[in-house]
Design a protein around this ligand. Structure first.
Ligand SMILES: C[C@@H]1N[C@@H](c2nc3ccccc3[nH]2)[C@H](O)[C@@H]1O
Length: 450
């Protein structure tokens, strides 16, 4: 074990209520919005192949041109209540909103820079409007904040000269001021989602970030901050030199997912996912694979089945409209959630062997168990291997509890549930299974020894 001053503040999951609420969300919405939505991945008639929110870094986009875009930012179609209502219908329990992306443009009227929404034709506080609208829908609000800030003179990716260092000190205080400003203006914030913390310059700031982390957490009790914020004494991120996670949940799953429970190391985690292959901000020409609702639902279920949260990204256009492809998917996923969210909300990992037909989830509060089916077996036989002493007493479809499914028990304690629907289901469906243990749970005030 290596002695660290700035390593993991805790081993194992946080157990307080705010974190239990976070753990039980299941589904979240990411919003990437900013001046990058104006060019939407094109400039001077040329197509930008990278992620649209990175267009400033493209040699086809002169910095001068990009840095003046804010003077035409006037999203006349922006309607925070419409976005929040759509998120409610999607079934998102929380939202993560970009306050400032790598370009440094602030969607709130920060007093620490002129590069903000206050100095655009639109003028009004976008973050304030969104926080209020999502709060009204009962959707918890988290703020995304990029440490990388291409607009600030003091931002450096690495510290070489003495001047770099003195400039960077100014940048560190600017960053601290903006974060305190955000939590002061929006005390409803439940957490911060940091990004852009991979630079060498930032990785040298263990002591400053450790103190800033503490200061921010003291401002809002229960504040939730992931692993993509602090570096340890040696510049390690996410996991310190002893392999312990820093922060409250692992933020390493950007556009990718774990496949086994071992890969999540017993930590809470989120997967943040784009609908196209790699576009967070608005790109008017999505190329490559655009995920279907069934693909997104399977990712959501896989995340929950492995004790994580799934955060689906939306990138509104330069006028504040959520594009039709995203609206369609929000509706499709939302319709599925209306019928099946019982297997998502408050659910997590069940330590039974994964089967080919799909995923197990279990409700952390009621212990009810679910089978979410993506691959219907030709045989109509759904194999379930339980733990020793656990037998399946009952199985039925979540959306048709009256139709009990037949169960066969084999000699080596496997259970074969038979289900042959007349027609091929068009989308994933959920079976509920009840075990002898569940019966005991419901009767446990009588059966357990005094
Ligand atoms: C949540 C995502 N994180 C940002 C990002 N920038 C990256 C640079 C290199 C590799 C991965 C990156 N992800 C993306 O722009 C988006 O905000």
């Amino acid at each position: 074990n290596i002695t660290l001053k700035y390593g993991a503040e805790r081993i194992g999951k946080r157990t307080d209520q705010p974190m239990q609420d976070w753990r039980n969300y299941g589904l979240g919405q990411f919003i990437h919005w900013g001046v990058y939505a104006i060019p939407g991945g094109h400039w001077n008639g040329k197509y930008y192949a990278g992620a649209a929110e990175w267009i400033r870094s493209w040699e086809g986009m002169p910095n001068e041109a990009y840095d003046n875009l804010y003077k035409e930012f006037n999203p006349k179609n922006f309607n925070a209540n419409a976005w929040a209502k759509q998120a409610k219908e999607l079934g998102a329990k929380y939202v993560i909103i970009t306050t400032k992306h790598h370009d440094g443009f602030c969607l709130w009227p920060s007093e620490y820079t002129d590069y903000t929404i206050a100095n655009t034709p639109y003028k009004k506080d976008i973050i304030g409007a969104l926080v209020e609208a999502y709060d009204k829908q009962g959707i918890d609000v988290y703020l995304y904040f990029s440490i990388i800030d291409w607009n600030h003179f003091g931002y450096k990716s690495k510290l070489v000269t003495d001047k770099d260092r003195t400039d960077y000190e100014v940048f560190k205080e600017f960053t601290r001021n903006q974060l305190i400003e955000l939590l002061t203006r929006y005390p409803e914030t439940k957490g911060l989602w940091f990004d852009g913390t991979w630079d060498a310059a930032w990785k040298e700031q263990a002591s400053y970030v450790y103190d800033l982390d503490k200061e921010l957490r003291e401002m809002i009790p229960g504040l939730i901050i992931g692993s993509r914020f602090r570096p340890d004494d040696y510049g390690n991120r996410h996991f310190d030199a002893n392999g312990n996670m820093m922060g409250d949940y692992e933020q390493g799953w950007e556009r990718k997912m774990p496949n086994t429970i071992e890969e999540v190391h017993g930590n809470d985690w989120d997967c943040v996912m784009t609908i196209p292959e790699n576009q967070w901000g608005y790109h008017s020409d999505w190329r490559g694979h655009v995920k279907t609702s069934n693909e997104l639902i399977e990712m959501l279920v896989k995340a929950v089945a492995l004790d994580g949260n799934f955060v689906l990204n939306f990138g509104p256009d330069g006028l504040g409209t959520i594009r039709k492809e995203e609206t369609k998917l929000a509706k499709q996923v939302g319709e599925w959630m209306k019928v099946n969210s019982t297997a998502i909300y408050n659910c997590g990992y069940l330590d039974w062997e994964k089967q080919d037909w799909g995923y197990f989830t279990t409700n952390r509060i009621t212990q009810e168990k679910y089978m979410v089916v993506f691959n219907q077996p030709i045989s109509g036989v759904y194999t379930v291997k339980t733990k020793k002493g656990v037998s399946i007493e009952k199985a039925y479809l979540l959306d048709n509890p009256g139709l009990e499914l037949s169960i066969e028990k084999t000699y080596n304690n496997e259970f074969l549930i038979q289900y042959n629907p007349e027609n091929h289901p068009e989308e994933p469906f959920v079976m509920v299974i009840e075990t002898n243990k569940d019966q005991n749970n419901s009767d446990n005030q009588y059966l357990q020894p005094k």
